[in-house]
Structure formats: C-alpha cells, structure tokens
Write a protein that binds this ligand. Structure first.
Ligand code: HEM
Length: 504
C-alpha cells in the first residue's frame, strides 16, 4: 500500500514538475519571441497544435514528403513553428541563393541540444559556427583527405585494396544482401584514411566504430528531434532519450579509442593523410577539436557513402537496360584494366548514372540545417539573424520545374545529345553535397569511392534480382529518414562476367 502510494505520489510530482518546466519554457519562449524582429515569411502550415506548433507533424520518418506537400501550398519559402523557434524551409531556386550566392549570410549552423551533446559543445566541424577554429578544421580536413591533385592516387590505392576484397565477397552462388560487404569496404577505407592502419572486422575498435555508426541515424532521426526543442526530455526515461544516450555512449567510446590510437600512430603513420595533417598543424586545434574533427570524418564518411552505394547497386538491378549500358561503357573504355578516377572523364554514362543516383536518392534530404548570421531578405521576406534555415534538397531534386518526371530514374537527363556529360553550370539544381562555404568536405572522397566501386563491380559481375521479376524496386518516396535516407534491405544474385579474367 505504501509502495503504491509512493508510486502515485512520485507520478504526481513528476507531472507537477513537468507542468512547471513547460510553463517556464513557454514564458521564456514568449519573452524571447516578443523581443525578436518578426520573420515575415508565409506560414506556418495548418494542422499544428497550440503551443507545440508543427513539431508533432515533423516528428515523422518521411518528413521530407511533408515539406514538399507544404511547399505546394505555401510556396518556395515558408516557415514552421517549432515551439520555441521559427524555422524557415527553403525550396527550389531559392536554395541556390541561400547556399551559394549569399552563402556568407546563411553560413551559420543550427546548434540544437543533440548536436551539442554529440560534439562536446560544438567542438567539431559540422555543428560549429564559422569561426577561426572551424576554418582551421576545414583546412586540415581538406589537406588530410587528399582528395585533390596528387592525393587522388593515394585515395585510389587505399580504396582499390578494399574494393577488390569486397568484390571477392560478391562471388556467391546463392542470393545475398550486399550491404555488409559494402559497409565493410567503406568503413575500411575510412579507417585507413583516419588512422593509417587496416583493422579486421573482429577488431574491437572496428566494432566500436560500427556500433556508433549504426546507432547514429536513429539518434538524429525524426523520433528524437523534439529533444532539440525541449532538451530536458533527454533526462526522462522515454524511448527518445534512451536511443540518444545509447548512441552518444557509443560515440564517446569510439572517440576515446580513435584519439588514443591516432596519437600512438603519429610517428609510424605513412598512409594516413588525416593524422599527418593534424600533426603538421597541431598548434591550430586543441584536443577537443581534434576529437570532433576525427568523429566527423569517421561517421560522416561511413554512413553516407555506404547507404548511397547500396542504392546504386539496387538501381542497377532495377534497371537491367541501364546496367547493360554501364557494362558496354566499361568494356569499351577499360576492357580488363582496373579503373582510375581519371577514367571518369571518358565514361560519361557512369558519371551520369552516379549523378542521377545522388539526385534520385537525395540522401541528406534537408542538408545539415543552416542559420542566418545577420538579418536578411529572401524573395522579399524579412528573416531575422539567428533563424534556422532548412534547405529542402530532397524537394529541389524532385521538383518538376528542374527535373521533369522526377520519380523516374534516368541517367540520360545529365547527358547531351552526343552522350556527353552536360556542363556543371547546367547542373546547378543538383546539390546533394550542399553548396557554398559549408559544402560537404568529403564530396570528392565520396565521388571517388562511388566511381571506383561501381566501375569495378560491374566490370566483374552482372547483377540480378534475388527472384526473377522481383527486383529491389527502389523508390525514394519510401525511404526512412535518419541522418540520411535509408532504403529497405534487399538481396541480389551475381554472375561473373565472361570477359572477366584475372584483373591486375
Ligand atoms: C554520398 C556521400 C555524402 C553526401 C550525400 C554528403 C552530404 C552532405 C551535405 C548535404 C552536407 C551539408 C552541406 C551544407 O551544410 O550546405 C554535408 C556536410 C558535411 N559532410 Fe558530407 N556527404 C557525403 C560524404 C561525406 C564524407 C565522405 C565526409 C568525410 C570525409 C563528409 C563530411 C562532411 C562534413 C564534415 C560536413 C560538415 C561541413 C561543415 O559544416 O563545414 N561527408 N555533407
């Protein structure tokens, strides 16, 4: 009896505390909002709740579809009401204006509770405001990733070793899910680039990185998004806070070990560009920033590229006629020689296939949210400083105005009548890596790996669905949105091509 009383009493107390906290939050919010200049952008969309606004509507694993529906009613620039703040969603051509043309004004980052927890208080590249340290991190990361000029040969060498090992695992008689070998290949490349050493999948550090990587999308998914708006929810024993805590524990464990190993490897590293670059610029970053930078590179480079490659593989099975064109190009240009990244210049169909894959999938659907660094005017609307901006990249890439018939997968849309790739300025509506000053630092690395993997894969194999007539049927409208879009699991069959002998 006394026990149940205690439970009821503590339940009542919890309720009262919750009411008190909500009231304080609302007071703070009303006070803060009344002092801010008014954002004149249209919105919010209908259907929101009193006080909570649109927060419940966007806590949806297909939030990207909702943003597109609202665009139809409210136009290219509209705002959402998310309890404590207004967020401006930017669509269509206006995205280019925000990211590229006026990138300096919109180059801040939204700094929510979850982002702060992940980055030990924004001590990283992805969530930091563009200050001196952020510039230093980007410079060191660019140098370390060695994605340009001579450095590409370094990435090619590391990548090809992992790719060939991965493709041996595709040599099976029965149907299999290609994701595990793809993931092992992508993570393997990242570990060599970050740490300068190869780790086997049963290595404890490999396992820690894999665990952090697996939990990360759920931790930053729609289900946990309201923690950013009401951070104290993170202290309640609810599913969202548990998911988030589990992921952060995994990130901290991974971070501690990578950092320790990177220090040990400083002397003996011969292949890791990132550690060499950190070592050469040690004075510019403190230990916390170095950890944040290594975390960003490790996690951002793994989940994104492996998910993208998984979808590209599904698309080659969904469209056998496209697979045939890719085979023909590979046979004509490479024969049995292994590809280099330079070969992309004479392989326009493969390039167009990858670009179309990036568009179709739109893996990072609302980019990494930005923030205005000053008062701005966009399409005639006033937006105050410190307003969160969501560039709706998924909407842009599926906008009929720029990509007719957007849910048809068609590499030809990036080719001219001669079969050559259309010039870059004609592709300005394709922004899968964002654009401007905050453009993805790993863009080149991702493109190199996608090109080398898909080319080597199709040089060696023909891919078939698990069951005749039942391909994966990849449709981006059915993807689940975590940090990146995830398609459903699927299986394929492979047959080694007769032209494939022993590649050297
Ligand atoms: C297919 C693969 C990838 C896609 C689609 C992708 C997409 C993106 C997007 C849309 C952004 C936000 C850009 C903006 O704010 O305007 C971003 C930022 C970022 N990406 Fe990637 N990315 C990919 C691969 C990678 C790789 C391989 C790395 C690491 C080597 C990486 C590291 C980062 C970092 C550190 C940022 C934050 C940059 C900053 O805030 O200054 N990404 N990425």
């Amino acid at each position: 009896m006394s026990f149940s009383y205690l439970v009821i009493a503590s339940g009542t107390m919890l309720f009262e505390i919750a009411v008190l906290l909500v009231s304080l939050l609302l007071l703070k919010y009303a006070w803060g909002r009344s002092r801010r200049p008014k954002c004149t952008v249209p919105g919010p969309p209908p259907g929101g709740l009193p006080v909570l606004g649109n927060i419940v509507q966007i806590a949806d694993e297909r939030v990207y579809q909702k943003l597109c529906d609202w665009q139809k009613d409210l136009g290219d620039v509209y705002k959402l009401n998310l309890v404590t703040e207004e967020v401006v969603v930017v669509n269509g051509d206006a995205i280019y204006d925000v990211l590229v043309t006026n990138g300096d004004d919109y180059g801040g980052r939204m700094q929510g509770h979850r982002q702060g927890m992940y980055s030990n208080g924004f001590q990283n590249m992805g969530y930091r405001q563009p200050d001196k340290e952020w510039k230093a991190m980007r410079k060191i990361a660019q140098k370390g990733l060695k994605q340009y000029g001579e450095g590409v040969v370094h990435i090619e060498r590391i990548s090809m070793e992992e790719i060939l090992e991965c493709l041996d695992k595709f040599n099976k008689t029965e149907a299999f899910d290609p994701y595990d070998p793809i993931y092992a290949m992508v993570i393997g490349i990242v570990i060599v680039i970050s740490l300068g050493e190869r780790l086997s999948p049963d290595n404890p550090l490999y396992q820690k990185i894999k665990r952090a990587d697996e939990l990360f999308p759920a931790a930053f998914g729609a289900d946990t998004s309201y923690i950013d708006v009401i951070p104290w929810l993170n202290h309640l024993p609810i599913k969202a806070s548990k998911t988030f805590k589990e992921a952060m524990d995994a990130v901290r464990q991974m971070e501690a070990e990578i950092y320790q190993r990177s220090k040990n490897n400083v002397e003996k590293s011969t292949i890791s560009g990132v550690i060499d670059a950190i070592n050469a610029n040690r004075g510019e970053l403190n230990d916390a920033l170095i950890k944040g930078m290594i975390n960003d590179i490790t996690l951002a480079a793994t989940v994104t590229t492996s998910t993208q490659i998984r979808s590209l593989v599904a698309l080659t099975v969904d469209y056998p006629e496209i697979q045939q064109k890719l085979h023909d190009e590979i046979d004509n240009v490479l024969g049995q020689r292994l590809p280099t990244y330079e070969d992309r210049r004479v392989m326009p169909y493969m390039e167009a296939f990858i670009l179309e894959g990036l568009r179709y999938m739109s893996e990072v659907p609302i980019s990494v949210p930005h923030k205005t660094l000053k008062d701005v005017t966009l399409r005639g609307y006033f937006i105050p400083k410190d307003t969160q901006i969501w560039p709706n990249l998924y909407g842009l890439h599926h906008d009929e105005r720029f990509f007719p018939d957007p849910y048809t997968f068609k590499p030809e849309r990036f080719l001219d009548s001669e079969g050559e790739l259309i010039p870059v300025h004609e592709r300005k509506h394709l922004l899968p890596f964002g654009g401007g000053k905050r453009v993805c630092v790993g863009e080149q690395l991702a493109k190199i790996r996608m090109f080398l993997f898909m080319t080597t894969l199709l040089q060696r194999y023909t891919l078939y669905p698990e069951t005749d007539g039942c391909p994966p049927n990849y449709d981006p409208r059915l993807s689940i949105n975590g940090v990146t879009m995830r398609m459903h699991a699927y299986k394929i069959k492979t047959v080694e091509r007769s032209r494939f002998n022993v590649l050297t």
